[in-house]
Design a protein around this ligand. Structure first.
Ligand code: BDR
Ligand code: CA
Length: 312
């Protein structure tokens, strides 16, 4: 079993990623850290607690992290994830409470198991950046950071050149990418290959009236309506579950090592991932850090594992 911390901003696809993780025996889920992202921090934290309670996993601590990006103002995505971040789902108020500070939790757990902990980050990277700032070098003591964020060359999903998680806190993304940590990146190009058809989900939910199935049906409604309008097909992309999948089944993605950095400040480009492909510059002098980027996803293989784990 691999020790894993999920750093999340639930968010519908974060919630699906959490459910996939708690039902994956390959993972020792040591905790969730929450960050401001799709919705404000109080709400992402409440949502994380609710989803763990739904799954009967109140043994997994939830620690609260950053309430705002390092420099920029928060940018919420209610239109994608609904007014409370979990679509049309209406889970009971949580009975459990947050267990502490996310930055301390990240530092303490990475330090306690040097080179072992995998951090899967599916929101803005503010918590990871603050951990690195508080304890320089800490991120390179994680076994790996698996990050959903950035877009390599396709159009962005929040601005012409940016993906939401990097756009929401570009200064944090830059700091983490340049931390020297071992990073596997799930850019938007990879996530865009992974489409969950609404009909496929409905087929798998047919005849089920349990709380988990009802949650999956209701939570996905808002994002499916949004993405159906945007892409002309009924369904949604599985950005964040892909990061969880990559952390336990690396064979599900073909990866390519690329030198990347992040533009922190441009008026039109803050959060843009910059790929240095200059063939005439030797490796150590390319910008940023070398990162393994997922470029090709085994979609049927992933969907099988995802649906199996999600609906356990
Ligand atoms: C990312 O943005 C968020 O809205 C999703 O949860 C995902 O982490 C995709 O760009
Ligand atoms: Ca997310």
């Amino acid at each position: 079993m691999r020790p894993v911390i999920l750093d999340v901003d639930p968010g519908v696809d974060d919630a699906l990623a959490i459910l996939m993780a708690v039902h994956s025996p390959e993972m020792e889920l040591i905790g969730l850290t929450t960050v401001s992202g799709n919705v404000p921090l109080d709400q992402t934290t409440e949502n994380a607690l609710k989803v763990l309670e739904l799954a009967g996993r109140t043994d997994v601590p939830v620690c609260m992290g950053a309430a705002k990006p390092l420099v920029r103002q928060p940018h919420y995505t209610y239109e994608v994830h609904g007014p409370e971040g979990l679509g049309a789902a209406d889970l009971p108020d949580p009975e459990t409470m947050p267990a502490g500070d996310a930055i301390d939790f990240l530092i303490e757990n990475i330090e306690a198991r040097l080179g072992e902990v995998i951090v899967v980050a599916t929101g803005p990277l503010t918590n990871l950046a603050l951990a690195e700032a508080r304890c320089p070098g800490i991120l390179s003591h994680a076994r790996r950071l698996v990050i959903m964020g950035g877009v390599l060359h396709e159009p962005g999903n929040i601005s012409p050149h940016t993906e939401f998680n990097f756009h929401a806190d570009p200064h944090a993304a830059r700091l983490v990418v340049n931390s020297g940590a071992n990073i596997a990146l799930v850019p938007l190009e990879a996530a865009r290959q992974l489409w969950l058809e609404q009909d496929l989900l409905l087929q798998r939910l047919a005849g089920r009236e349990d709380a988990l199935a009802l949650f999956c049906a209701a939570a996905t409604q808002t994002v499916m309506a949004f993405e159906t309008q945007r892409y002309g097909r009924k369904g949604m992309h599985l950005h964040d579950p892909l990061a969880v999948g990559l952390s336990i089944f690396p064979e599900l993605c073909k990866v390519q090592p690329l030198w990347i950095d992040v533009e922190p400040d441009g008026e039109l480009t803050a959060g843009q991932l910059v790929v240095d492909r200059r063939p005439f510059v030797i490796d150590g002098h390319l910008v940023g850090n070398q990162v393994e980027c997922a470029v090709k996803v085994d979609v049927p293989g992933f969907l099988e594992v995802f649906l199996d784990r999600l609906l356990k």
